[in-house]
Each structure stands twice: as structure tokens, then as C-alpha cells.
Design a binder for this molecule. Structure first.
Ligand SMILES: [Mg+2]
Length: 255
């Protein structure tokens, strides 16, 4: 039986869904990262018995920035492992660092990211318009590696109220993106077949394959990482200011 959309608006596109990624798509959590790394770098020196000088802080910051890139590439999101790795890099050998120090560094990190993240301009209006058209909205985001933190950050962003369902992959699913499991779970939660879903993200590495495999239309917002990627791709690449029009067009196509 067809599920009717609760909002019986006039220009409604029925029985379709738009699924969004969180970081880099709806919320800018990348800009505050550098400053957050600085704070964590300064924090880690004392428990590691390193003198708190500008030079040492800088060295630790460079190490953390490098680890950030490597860990994201390897989809390792547990920050405790990042700081452990940072200490190893600093000393050039494995070194003792207590579990409570790791936890305190991770808490400092996430509290700062949560506080300093901002919703991208235009995001709320896109979500509002889609919702008014009766389109189901889903949010699929990978775990932050600290159970419950992603959910807390989604709440803190003020965007939770727009979504009919959320999936934190790696917490509610075994697999993280780009695996199709989190997208399949979202399609099930929304009650919308994957072929009638448009999935929107910012990272071709994580936000394309899972949705595509299930038959979703996939949209990637252009960023400085994807500025040199050329069309055609099996997904749509779009500037943020043209995102709304593209989503609407694709939702019309999948209807
Ligand atoms: Mg992202």
C-alpha cells in the first residue's frame, strides 16, 4: 500500500526522498577543525611530558593535521586512536599515554567542533522547501567514533527537526559509508524505495557508491577537493547555489 505523505501540499512530489550527509554537506565542521587541532595539540603536551613551547606545539599540530588526513582516508574515526598515533609520531616510537588522557583530549575536540560548527547558508531553506513539498528527508552520517557524539552534534545543529529519519552508520549499522548498508537502512526507515531517493553529499569517496549501488540518484556538492573533477561521472556534481534546483529536478525524474 502506498504511504501518503502527511503534508498534502499542492506542489508536492509524492513518495520520494532526499537523503543528506551531515559534515561538509549541511554543516561546516571543517573550518573549526584547524583551531580545534591547535587546542588538542597544546593539551597533549603536558601529559606526554613535553615542554609547552611554541615550537613543540607547532610540531604536534603538524602531526595531528597529517593524521587527520590519513585517518579519514582509512575511515578510522575514533579520535582516541588519533592521539595515540600522534604521540607515537612525536617520539618516533610507541609511548605510554593513559586512557583518561585520550578520553579528555577527544572530549575537548568534540565539544569544540560541536560548538563551532555552522550550518551552511541556504541549507535550512532547502530543507524547509523540500519538506513543504512532502518529500521525505533522511540524514545518513558516519559515526564520530565516540558513541552518541554524532547524534549530539546533529541535535546541536538545530537541523534534527527537519528529518523524518536519521542513520548513524557504524553505530546503527555494521558498515560505514561508502557501503550501501546505511543507505538501505535509510530507505527502509523512510518507507521509500531506493530508486526514488536522491542522495546528497560532499565527498565522492564516501557519499557515492552506496547510494548508486542501490539505484539512488547521487549528488555531490562541489568543494575545493572536487573542483578539478570533470563530468561526466556516474553522479551529479553541483555548485552549492544550484543544489536546490538540481534536487527538485531529480526528484521530479524519480517520481
Ligand atoms: Mg561529508
Amino acid at each position: 500500500m502506498l504511504k501518503r505523505s502527511e503534508n498534502m501540499g499542492k506542489t508536492r512530489v509524492d513518495e520520494s526522498a532526499a537523503i543528506f550527509d551531515f559534515d561538509g554537506t549541511l554543516v561546516d565542521s571543517y573550518t573549526p577543525r584547524k583551531n580545534t587541532h591547535k587546542k588538542v595539540a597544546a593539551f597533549l603536551l603536558k601529559p606526554l611530558g613535553i615542554k609547552s613551547s611554541d615550537a613543540n606545539r607547532r610540531t604536534m599540530l603538524q602531526i595531528i593535521s597529517k593524521i587527520d588526513i590519513e585517518m579519514h582516508q582509512n575511515k578510522i574515526y575514533d579520535r582516541n586512536l588519533w592521539w595515540k598515533e600522534a604521540a607515537t609520531h612525536y617520539f618516533g616510537k610507541t609511548t605510554e599515554i593513559s586512557e583518561s588522557t585520550l578520553i579528555r583530549a577527544s572530549t575537548l575536540y568534540w565539544e569544540l567542533i560541536k560548538k563551532k560548527s555552522t550550518v551552511y547558508p541556504g541549507v535550512k531553506s532547502i530543507l524547509r522547501i523540500l519538506k513543504r513539498r512532502g518529500i521525505k528527508l533522511g540524514l545518513v552520517s558516519d559515526t564520530d567514533g565516540l558513541k552518541g557524539m554524532k547524534t549530539e552534534r546533529i541535535e546541536a545543529s538545530g537541523l534534527r527537526r527537519f528529518f523524518d529519519a536519521t542513520v548513524v552508520s557504524g553505530e546503527e549499522t555494521i558498515e560505514v559509508k561508502p557501503h550501501s548498508e546505511p543507505f538501505a537502512l535509510m530507505s527502509e526507515r523512510l518507507g521509500i524505495p531506493a530508486e526514488r531517493c536522491v542522495s546528497v553529499g560532499d565527498n565522492p569517496e564516501t557519499d557515492v557508491d552506496g547510494g548508486l549501488k542501490l539505484g539512488m540518484k547521487v549528488v555531490i556538492i562541489r568543494s575545493k577537493e572536487t573542483r578539478n573533477v570533470k563530468d561526466p561521472q556516474p553522479y551529479y556534481l553541483v555548485d552549492r547555489k544550484r543544489l536546490m534546483n538540481l534536487i527538485i529536478r531529480l526528484l521530479e525524474e524519480v517520481k
